[in-house]
Design a protein around this ligand. Structure first.
Ligand SMILES: [Fe+2]
Length: 294
């Protein structure tokens, strides 16, 4: 029922750093928006895929999920409420701020804030990216986001049974990664809502709402390689080296953002056909590469 990951909204204490990082390193396009004190970044015809609002901390304020139309939006809101979750209608002022027709607020079971909306306003002026790279978006949405899930079963049920995400695959990792007991394994659940392999992944971690990384997909390997050069030239820590994932087959690297979480910058991911897909467990996250640095 959900069409795609439409936008990400952040609070940041490092607006200037994000402006430089977002444009000069990631290659997004700074644009104007409803608030003069905020940073808005474009990557395609959507007016702004990213909004950074000045504040005290660095955190994800909301993941914006696009619905295809009003009927689908109303149906999903009703389904969430019927499942016992509180949905707060967005105000017309909030809709104007996001440049969408209508929105609603809901928290996932771990407190990650989601905004559901339809009817985003487009900006038809050319997207002139600083490094002439092109992002893979359109019906696949802006990329993907990885969120914390302290109670993985509750979050998994919410995203799949209530929001309608499709389970694509899973990965087990040592619970000790987040201070859990030795020998126990935790889950990452990869979930999709369109042919992109996953638009959200839920990481079982005993912590409040948090973003681990967002992913931007580039059209070519050269776009990713030139991006890696920009990170290296600025000595931005690369957290995982270039590698190819075993599930979405993406060739990517991971690096630090000013927000304290990471960005995955990649290309060449598969598209999923729900008619023939069946859920798998991957036992390694990469065929090669993706070596952890520090
Ligand atoms: Fe990722």
């Amino acid at each position: 029922m959900i069409h795609s990951l439409g936008y990400l909204r952040f609070e940041t204490a490092k607006l200037d750093e994000w402006r430089t990082f977002g444009t000069e390193v990631l290659g997004l396009v700074a644009t104007t928006g409803p608030r003069d004190d905020a940073l808005y970044l474009r990557m395609d015809e959507h007016a702004a895929r990213f909004a950074f609002l000045p504040g005290e901390t660095d955190r994800l304020l909301a993941a914006g999920w696009e619905l295809p139309n009003r009927a689908a939006f109303r149906e999903l809101v009703a389904r969430i409420e019927a499942a016992g979750h509180a949905v707060k209608p967005g105000t017309p002022e909030e809709a104007a701020d996001r440049r969408v027709e209508e929105l609603a607020h809901v928290d996932d079971p771990n407190g990650n804030h989601l905004e559901l909306y339809y009817g985003p306003a487009l900006d038809h002026s050319p997207v002139v990216t600083p490094h002439a790279q092109r992002f893979v978006t359109g019906n696949l949405g802006l990329g993907h986001v990885v969120l914390s899930a302290a109670d993985i079963e509750a979050s998994y049920a919410f995203y799949t049974e209530v929001l309608g995400f499709r389970h694509r695959d899973s990965l087990r990792f040592p619970a000790a990664t987040f201070g859990g007991p030795e020998g126990q394994m935790n889950w990452v659940r990869f979930l999709g809502c369109n042919p992109r392999h996953h638009s959200v992944a839920l990481c079982e971690a005993p912590m409040p709402a948090a973003i681990f990384h967002f992913m931007l997909e580039l059209e070519t390997l050269d776009d990713v390689g030139r991006g890696l050069d920009r990170f290296n030239a600025r000595q931005i820590p690369v957290a995982q080296s270039l590698g190819r994932h075993t599930n979405d087959k993406m060739v990517s690297f991971y690096a630090a953002t000013p927000g304290g979480f990471q960005v995955e910058y990649g290309t060449d991911a598969i598209l999923v056909d729900d008619a023939t897909w069946s859920v798998k467990e991957i036992t390694e996250d990469a065929y090669w590469g993706h070596a952890w640095n520090g």
